[in-house]
Write a protein that binds this ligand. Structure first.
Ligand code: BV8
Ligand code: ZN
Length: 290
C-alpha cells in the first residue's frame, strides 16, 4: 500500500499548504475543457454518485425518502449496522438494487463510454456501486466500492450477480452454484432476509465496501496508479469527502496532472482544481466529448 500511503501523505502536506489559486471560471470553460480533452494523451476519470443523479438514482448527499428517511446512508452502510439488523440492511440494498435495475444509464455515462475509445490511455474509476457505467458500455471500470448487483458471503466463499438484462433474476457463478447445490441465485435476490452461505453458514451480504472496511487492494492500487500517471484528471459528480477515493484528485494534481472538476456545487477540492465547472454530468460531458 506504499502508493496509498504516499497519496494519503500528499493530502496531509497539501492540507497545510496554501491552496493554489484556481483558474477563474471563464464563459468559455466548456471550450477549455474540450481543448484539454482533445489534446490529452492520457485521461483518468473519477466518478461519484452525482454521475447517476440524472438517471434518477439519489446521491448519498440527497435526503433519503419513504421508509428510509429516518436513516443516514453512512449509518446503514456499515458491517455493524448489518450485524445489528441484517434484515433491515439487506432490504435497503434490495430496494436500491431494484431501483438501479429499473433505470437507464444517462448521457453522461454514455459520453464517458465513448471517450474511452478516443484517448491513448483512459482509466475510469468509480465510487458508485450501481453498475451504470458498465451498462453504458464502459469497459475495465475500476469499482472502488464494489457493486450492489453482486451478493457474496462475508468470507467470499460464494458470489452471485444480478444482471440488468435479467432484472430481478441472477446468474450465479456456475461453479459456485454447482458447489453450493442448495442455493438458487434467483432465490438469493428474491429473499426478504439475508440467506446463509451454503459453505460456511455465515450471512450473505451485498458485495460493496462498507464504511470502516478496506477497499479491494487491486482496485485502489490501480486507481492510485491511474491518478498518478495521467495528463488530465476529471473529477465528476463527487463530493470528495469519502476517503480514500477523495485523495485521488490530490494525488493526480501532486503528480502534475491538470485536474478538472465537474459538479453543480463546490466541493472541498474546488479550490485546488485547475478548472471547476458548475454543471451536471449529463449536460457537460456530451457537450465536451462529442
Ligand atoms: C477505509 C458503498 C480503511 C456502500 C461507499 C474521518 C476523516 C477521513 C476519513 C474517515 C474519517 N472517519 C472514517 C473515515 C474513513 C471513511 C470515510 O471516508 N468517511 C467519510 C464519511 C468521512 N472511509 C471508509 O471507511 C472507507 N474505508 O477507509 O478503510 C479503514 C479501515 C478501518 C477503519 C478506518 C479506515 C470505505 C469508504 C467506502 C464506503 N462505501 N459505498 C453503499 O453504497 O451502500 S461510499 C458511498 O459514498 C458511495 O459509494 C458514494 O459514491 C459515496 C459518497 O460520495 P459521492 O460519490 O461523492 O456522493 P455524494 O452523494 O457524497 O456527492 C454527490 C456529489 O454529486 C455532490 O457533490 C453533488 O453536488 C454532485 N451532483 C449532484 N447531482 C449531480 C452532481 N454532479 C454532477 N452531475 C449531477 N447531475
Ligand atoms: Zn461462506
Amino acid at each position: 500500500m506504499s502508493a496509498l500511503y504516499h497519496a494519503y501523505r500528499a493530502i496531509v502536506v497539501q492540507a497545510v499548504c496554501v491552496h493554489t489559486v484556481p483558474m477563474k471560471l471563464t464563459p468559455h470553460d466548456l471550450d477549455q475543457l474540450r481543448r484539454l480533452i482533445a489534446s490529452a494523451r492520457s485521461i483518468t476519470v473519477l466518478t461519484g454518485a452525482g454521475v447517476s443523479a440524472e438517471s434518477g438514482i439519489p446521491t448519498f448527499r440527497d435526503a433519503q425518502t419513504g421508509h428510509w428517511a429516518r436513516f443516514r446512508p453512512e449509518e446503514l452502510a456499515t458491517p455493524e449496522a448489518f450485524r445489528r439488523d441484517p434484515d433491515l440492511v439487506w432490504r435497503w440494498y434490495a430496494e436500491r438494487r431494484r431501483a438501479v435495475l429499473g433505470v437507464e444509464p444517462n448521457a453522461g455515462h454514455r459520453a464517458l463510454a465513448r471517450l474511452h475509445g478516443r484517448v491513448g490511455r483512459f482509466s475510469l474509476i468509480t465510487q458508485n456501486v450501481d453498475g451504470l457505467h458498465a451498462r453504458a458500455g464502459s469497459r475495465e471500470v475500476i469499482e472502488l466500492h464494489g457493486s450492489i448487483l453482486r451478493v457474496r458471503c462475508f468470507h467470499s466463499c460464494v458470489t452471485y450477480t444480478a444482471g440488468a438484462a435479467t432484472a430481478g433474476t441472477a446468474e450465479a457463478d456456475a461453479g459456485a452454484v454447482a458447489a453450493a447445490g442448495e442455493l438458487e441465485a434467483s432465490a438469493v435476490f428474491a429473499a426478504d432476509s439475508p440467506p446463509r452461505c451454503p459453505h460456511c453458514g455465515d450471512f450473505l451480504r451485498p458485495d460493496v465496501v462498507w464504511f470502516g472496511e478496506n477497499l479491494p487492494e487491486a482496485a485502489i492500487e490501480a486507481a492510485v496508479a491511474a491518478s498518478e500517471s495521467c495528463e488530465l484528471f476529471l473529477s465528476i459528480g463527487t463530493s470528495t469527502v469519502v476517503y480514500p477515493a477523495a485523495m485521488l484528485p490530490h494525488a493526480a494534481a501532486d503528480a502534475g496532472a491538470t485536474v478538472v472538476e465537474i459538479n453543480p456545487e463546490e466541493t472541498p477540492f474546488t479550490a485546488r482544481a485547475h478548472l471547476s465547472i458548475r454543471g451536471t454530468a449529463a449536460t457537460v460531458l456530451p457537450a465536451v466529448i462529442d
